[in-house]
Design a protein. Structure first.
Length: 389
């Protein structure tokens, strides 16, 4: 008995053990799948608002759905493909995914409204998508009613088997599944559809919360267009294998950015961006899934401003209603604003003159606005020369 007493842990050791237990409990809060004591459902959403800056710095109107949608065949689409490709707006809303975390089986309904916009793709099957038919005017700035999508009954089932739709070829869509979110099920006439999230995309003609205008000396003047706070922005540029970026935390209402030096490292940028997104409230696996989904697009050829879209702007432009109301809702959207620099214009014009399809393919879906900016610049120079005579 005395020998056993001698082997009892000291108070210091007991403190260390207690500390270890507390650390494990704290870590559990970072792993949604281990939580069984939430008073309700938790909802997390991420997505991207893609736009192109014109010569004035504001977002151009363009036809963002002319290129491939790069989505699996099971994803549903609004209208006929030839009609959808004619939609003109300022923002392409790309791949919002809405995750749910529930400690028990439950059901929710979801409705999303897109100001001055339409929902163009979605999965699983939705009960209602408005407008439901072709528009009289494909210019969304003339839209009379906001678009919307509604799922009346979504079954959240923590124990649901992983029977998700697949495709013969790899697709960026599937990267969003690599999270610990609760599987969900939607009933349709053709049978149940299962997924790890709700997915939708769309196009809108709303203005951005900021502008980005190039100055005469090659800098970029970024202005907030209202009082909504932008917590971080990255000016990124890529020319072939060379990349560079400038990261600004808590920018002022007017920020002047020098062009980045093309000696950067993408791995360091991924790490910094992952930290920024996690600070906005996403879980680590969600952040990683988002970056994996868009790393080949956000960091492709060209120049762009990547920024955290203010939550208040997201809620205003893209109102989300979940019933019953979640215990907590996190929405993190990344803004991607393409900057048509003189280097980009030269690269595209040279590729057009030589029929360089490889280079043109790098700018495929942005060719229209790039050429629009180039034409406007040419017209402005011509007017200046006339005024100088």
């Amino acid at each position: 008995m005395n020998s056993r007493i001698g082997k009892l842990p000291s108070p210091a050791k007991l403190c260390l053990v207690a500390f270890g237990v507390m650390a494990l409990l704290c870590c559990a809060w970072l792993i949604p799948a281990q939580l069984n004591a939430w008073p309700g459902v938790v909802a997390h959403e991420w997505g991207t608002f893609t736009a192109v800056a014109g010569n004035s710095g504001s977002a151009l109107e363009w036809t963002p759905l002319t290129a491939s949608t790069d989505l699996p065949e099971f994803v549903e689409h609004f209208g006929a493909a030839n009609f959808k490709s004619g939609l003109r707006g300022t923002i392409r809303m790309e791949t919002p995914v809405l995750y749910f975390y529930s400690p028990r089986d439950t059901k929710v309904s979801v409705r999303v409204t897109f100001s001055k916009g339409v929902i163009s793709e979605w999965y699983p099957h939705a009960d209602r998508v408005r407008p439901s038919g072709p528009l009289r005017n494909t210019n969304l700035s003339q839209l009379q009613a906001d678009g919307s999508i509604t799922w009346d009954e979504i079954a959240l089932s923590p124990g649901l088997g992983a029977s998700f739709p697949s495709a013969a070829e790899s697709n960026r869509y599937f990267a969003a599944r690599a999270t610990s979110s609760t599987p969900l099920r939607v009933k349709t006439r053709a049978g149940d559809q299962q997924e790890k999230f709700l997915f939708y995309r769309g196009v809108s003609a709303v203005p951005l919360p900021l502008s980005a205008k190039q100055t005469a000396d090659g800098q970029l003047l970024v202005k907030s267009l209202d009082e909504k706070e932008i917590t971080a922005m990255i000016l990124f540029e890529r020319r072939g294998d060379r990349v560079g970026y400038r990261l600004i935390q808590s920018p002022t209402n007017e920020t002047l950015l020098e062009p980045p030096v093309l000696n950067g490292n993408l791995d360091s940028l991924y790490a910094k961006l992952e930290g920024i997104l996690t600070e906005q409230g996403l879980y680590r696996d969600e952040t990683h899934a988002m970056i994996e989904t868009w790393r080949d697009s956000w960091f492709e050829e060209g120049s762009r401003l990547i920024y955290i879209v203010p939550r208040s702007y997201v809620d205003e432009v893209l109102p989300l209603t979940i019933d019953p109301e979640p215990f907590k809702t996190v929405r993190v959207f990344v803004g991607r604003l393409e900057i048509v620099t003189p280097a980009t214009v030269r690269e595209v014009q040279t590729a057009l003159a030589s029929n360089d399809q490889v280079t043109l393919s790098k700018f495929e879906r942005f060719l229209e606005p790039i050429l629009q900016v180039a034409r406007e610049e040419h017209s402005e120079l011509a007017r200046e020369r006339v005024n100088q005579k």
